[in-house]
Design a protein around this ligand. Structure first.
Ligand SMILES: Cc1ncc(C[n+]2csc(CCOP(=O)(O)OP(=O)(O)O)c2C)c(N)n1
Length: 713
């Protein structure tokens, strides 16, 4: 029906190649009947879910009718439980072939507590199994591609690093399968992933099941030239196959060539399989609203299930009655499973917040800093902590833009080395080599997505986003993937990734895109910790905890503090850890509690000194951790002072202070003798002009004014 082409290798079958019937005979009856059973089972579950949806036992349904045969062919070329798999939501046949059971699929669609992939948290067809190496899938179309690259890279690094095999198991000739629809290839992350996989020559098998539509948008409006294999066919080193995904043998041959390419160490391959979508996009879509009935009818005539059966019958592999018997058996099995699963328990309401974070709190108490060491800057503290932890933990990798000393390793001895635009990672590549510390393409989504893929396999990526102002291309990977992996997989996968990012203003000339304070946006993402130290010692203690805690941490480094003399501390030593969510009282006082963090800590201390001359004693609490934050410290202080001011570098509206103030209104009302106040920057952006910058960001005078007003109330 569709044409099969191997765009770079392989080619069309020649006349000396075996006939289709001979090929089927060679494959053998049992494997073909198994493929048939998988296809039929997938179709039956689709139908059963639609029935259950009408009965109110299933809450959403997405089918894969029309796409089963290509998946059965692909599965024959994969090694279940050995290769890593990032399936798309229409990959039901593939998931069944890999070992996901009928009951487990129904447990997910009926949102049962027994759903082993998500505990009732994810929509149907969002597969995930650590045992089967199927990485927990999400709903954003396209975010899986970069993660697959990271997972393939984990295998490469595990092989190359001296202790790599202690970090993760590597199978000989392993590959990572990742699939998507034609629509998903329009996401930029798809192209970033191809680039990255090609750069590193990684064994990633990209599979695009092109059913001609992304919900209602046809492929010609989605992809230039109407063909993804045509579009990427010229990418250097990419093995591309375009195949008729309705034809089992053609698809199988394409997958054999593509997997051989990946397993042979040649790099990534892409299989573009043309299929049909015989159902609406989902049960909430009616495709007749955008597809003429005649087109649908023509697609129905291409249904690959009857075609697969006809192929088996014509080749003498199976008789019609034999196949009908399999269909009957499968139907009975699925109906029985529906009844049994329906009786299984729903999730306990109290489990809604379970597994947002590592259930084992790794750092529970502060190990105090050593005394008497040399004074070090915040840059020295971060660099030294990375160095010390990398020394003892082979899982830690460090990457980002410009973080290496030099990309061309042959020049390592000749040049001083870069080590980040702020030199925070200087010398680490020299010390640990280019496989543990390396530069990345200038692509933030790639940095985070790749880190997710490495982390699910046991590495602890410590990645750098050069300026937090440029973190937004990675927001999808952070908000929808990194933060969610543990929760959505019901603790079967986790992402211990530390994102270091230079943040904040007061840099004179930093302007709009090098001065932003955006911490609250991330504090609103359940599943990630957010910290912002204000001293070298705290930076060391919190960074060490971040690398050990087993969860994602956004580690915000205030760039104004990097080398300030007041942010220096005696070297706290290699044991110093600070639990997350523990504040530090930077100054004792009895009159007003001033809660703050980051660069405003020092400004708050200066304001407090001035007010002390007026006999107003300010207690300055440096939160250090913003999510979780130390509510007990705030409460205990306000219980003594009766007055509360919150100062944050962000603009006031919807900022960090709003959270503290709202909570104080609810929980500290009885202690308060004055209205709670906030100090923050103006509701605008930080300009390049130092005059405008000064006017925009909170200054010591602003703090004094508000504190004085609060004291006098
Ligand atoms: C990033 C993102 N944008 C939008 C959606 C909503 N959405 C879900 S599926 C879909 C179409 C995907 O089309 P395609 O990749 O071709 O796969 P198909 O459903 O056709 O198999 C859209 C727009 C989403 N899930 N993620």
């Amino acid at each position: 029906m569709f044409e099969t082409r191997s765009l770079q290798r392989g080619g069309r079958p020649s006349s000396s190649e075996p006939s289709r019937s001979e090929e089927l005979q060679r494959l053998g009856k049992q494997p073909l009947l198994r493929a048939h059973r998988l296809i039929v089972t997938s179709r039956e579950i689709d139908d059963a879910e639609l029935r259950l949806k009408r009965q109110g036992a299933v809450f959403f349904q997405i089918g894969s009718a029309g796409q089963e045969v290509v998946q059965a062919a692909a599965a024959r070329c994969l090694r279940a439980g050995k290769d890593w798999v990032y399936p798309y939501y229409r990959d039901r046949t593939l998931a069944l072939a890999l070992g996901v059971t009928v009951r487990d699929m129904l447990r997910q669609s009926m949102a049962k507590a027994t759903d082993p992939s998500s505990g009732g948290r994810q929509m149907p067809c969002h597969y995930g199994s650590d045992r089967l190496r199927i990485v927990s899938q999400s709903s954003p179309t396209g975010s899986q591609f970069l993660q697959a690259v990271g997972t393939a890279e984990a295998g490469l690094l595990a092989r190359r690093l001296p202790d790599g095999r202690d970090v993760c198991d590597v199978e000989e000739g392993e590959l990572v399968y990742v699939s998507g629809g034609d629509g998903s290839t329009s996401e930029g992350e798809f192209f970033e992933a191809l680039n990255l996989a090609l750069l590193r020559r990684l064994p990633v098998l990209f599979v695009i099941e092109d059913n001609g539509y992304a919900i209602s948008v046809p492929v010609e409006e989605q992809t230039a030239g109407g063909s993804i294999s045509g579009l990427v066919g010229g990418f250097p080193g990419l093995h591309v196959e375009e195949t008729d995904g309705l034809d089992f043998l053609a698809s199988y041959a394409a997958f054999q060539r593509a997997t051989a390419w990946c397993r042979g160490g040649h790099g990534p391959a892409l299989v573009h399989a043309r299929v049909v979508r015989l159902c609406s996009h989902s049960d909430s879509d009616n495709d007749l609203a955008y597809r003429p009935a005649a087109e649908k009818k023509a697609d129905d005539a291409l249904d690959p299930l009857p075609a697969f059966e006809r192929m088996l019958i014509d080749a003498g592999i199976a008789a019609e009655e034999e196949l009908a018997e399999i269909r009957r058996n499968v139907r009975e099995e699925v109906v029985e499973a529906c009844g049994e699963v329906a009786a299984e328990p729903d999730p306990d309401p109290s489990s809604a917040t379970r597994y947002l974070f590592n259930p084992r709190i790794v750092v529970t108490a502060e190990t105090p800093p050593e005394e008497g060491g040399p004074l070090i800057s915040m840059v020295d503290a971060i660099n030294g902590t990375l160095r010390a932890e990398m020394e003892i933990n082979p899982r830690i990798l460090l990457f980002g833009e410009d973080v290496a000393d030099v990309s061309r390793l042959c020049h390592l001895g000749e040049v001083e080395g870069k080590g980040g635009v702020f030199k925070v990672t200087h010398g680490l590549q020299k010390k640990f080599g280019g496989d543990r510390v390396f530069n990345t393409p200038l692509a933030e989504a790639s940095i985070v997505g790749r880190a997710v893929g490495l982390a699910v396999r046991g590495f602890i990526p410590v990645i750098e986003i050069q300026f937090v102002d440029f973190i937004w291309p990675a927001m999808n990977q952070i908000r929808s993937e990194l933060c969610l992996m543990r929760w959505r997989s019901d603790n079967h996968f986790s992402c211990p990734v530390v994102i270091r990012a230079a943040a904040g203003g007061y840099v004179r000339g930093g302007a709009i895109y090098h001065s932003q304070s955006v911490e609250t946006i991330f504090c609103r993402c359940p599943g990630i910790h957010v910290v912002m130290p204000s001293s070298a010692s705290d930076a060391a203690g919190l960074l060490r905890t971040a690398m050990r805690c087993g969860d994602p941490v956004l580690f915000l480094e205030h760039k104004h503090l990097y080398r300030q003399s007041y942010a220096r501390s005696p070297d706290p030593g290699p044991e110093h850890v600070i639990p997350l969510g523990r504040a530090r009282t930077a100054r004792r006082g009895e009159d007003i509690t001033l809660v703050t963090y980051g660069a405003l800590v020092e400004k708050s201390l200066r304001a407090a000194e001035e007010l002390a001359a007026e006999r107003i004693e300010i207690e300055v609490i440096d939160l250090r951790s913003l999510r979780p934050y130390d509510w007990e410290a705030i409460r205990d202080s306000v219980a003594r002072t009766g007055r509360l001011v919150v100062a944050s570098e962000e603009s006031l509206a919807f900022g960090f202070g709003s959270e503290i103030v709202a909570r104080a209104a609810g929980e500290l009302f009885e202690y308060l003798d004055a209205p709670v106040e906030r100090v923050g920057s103006l509701e605008t952006h930080v300009a390049y002009s130092p005059v405008l910058e000064r006017a925009t960001l909170p200054q010591v005078d602003d703090l004094i004014r508000v504190l004085r007003k609060t004291a006098r109330y």
